[in-house]
Design a protein around this ligand. Structure first.
Ligand SMILES: [Mg+2]
Length: 184
C-alpha cells in the first residue's frame, strides 16, 4: 500500500502571509522543492492539506486559492515535484467541519481516494492543529517545523506536542523522515 507525507501549506511550504490569496505573494520557503522531491523519490505520495478559513470568512474566493495553487505548481513543476492531491478546508473556524484541521477529514479523504496507508504516513506542519490532524488520522508521526508559526508553538505549547519531533523546516523534516525510515 502507498504511503504519503501530508504537508500543511502556509508556513510549511510557503512563507506565512496573513490570509495569503495573491499568487504574487506566494513564496517558497528555501529548500522546500528539494525536500519534496526527496520524499517523492523515496516513494512517498505528496499530499497538501490546508485550512483556508479565509474562504469561509469571505476574505477571498476559492478561485483566488486555486490561482495561488497554480503558482505553487508553476514553481514546483520544474523541480519534478508532483502532488498527488491538494485538499483544502474552506470553513471558517466557527462553522462545523469534518475536514478543517485538527479534524482528520482531509487525510481520510486522501486515504480513500488514493489507497494511502495512514499508519505508514507522516504529517508535517507549523501549528499544533496540523500535528493533531495527523494523530487523529492515525498517522505514524507528526512533525512540527519552526517556520511559519512553528517557533511560537514550540515555545508556547511545548507541553501539548506529545513528544513530536521539532525541526527547523521542511528540508529538515524530509531528512528526519528518510533517516527514520532507514532511507537516508
Ligand atoms: Mg500552516
Amino acid at each position: 500500500m502507498k504511503r504519503a507525507v501530508f504537508i500543511d501549506r502556509d508556513g510549511t511550504i510557503n512563507v506565512e502571509r496573513h490570509y495569503l490569496h495573491k499568487p504574487e505573494e506566494f513564496e517558497l520557503i528555501p529548500g522546500v522543492a528539494r525536500a519534496l522531491r526527496q520524499l517523492q523519490d523515496a516513494g512517498f505520495l505528496l499530499v497538501v492539506v490546508t485550512n483556508q478559513a479565509g474562504i469561509g470568512r469571505g476574505y477571498y474566493t476559492e478561485d483566488d486559492m486555486h490561482r495561488v495553487h497554480d503558482r505553487m505548481h508553476e514553481l514546483l513543476d520544474p523541480e519534478g515535484v508532483r502532488f498527488t492531491g491538494i485538499y483544502f478546508a474552506p470553513e471558517a473556524p466557527h462553522q462545523p467541519s469534518e475536514r478543517r484541521k485538527p479534524a482528520p477529514g482531509m487525510l481520510l479523504d486522501a486515504h480513500r481516494h488514493h489507497g494511502i496507508n495512514l499508519t505508514g504516513s507522516y504529517m508535517i506542519g507549523d501549528k499544533r492543529i496540523d500535528l493533531e490532524a495527523g494523530w487523529n488520522a492515525g498517522c505514524k508521526m507528526s512533525l512540527l517545523v519552526r517556520t511559519g508559526y512553528g517557533r511560537e508553538v514550540e515555545l508556547n505549547e511545548a507541553d501539548q506536542l506529545n513528544g513530536a519531533p521539532v525541526v527547523n523546516d521542511l528540508a529538515e523534516a524530509a531528512a528526519w523522515i528518510l533517516k527514520n525510515e532507514g532511507l537516508a
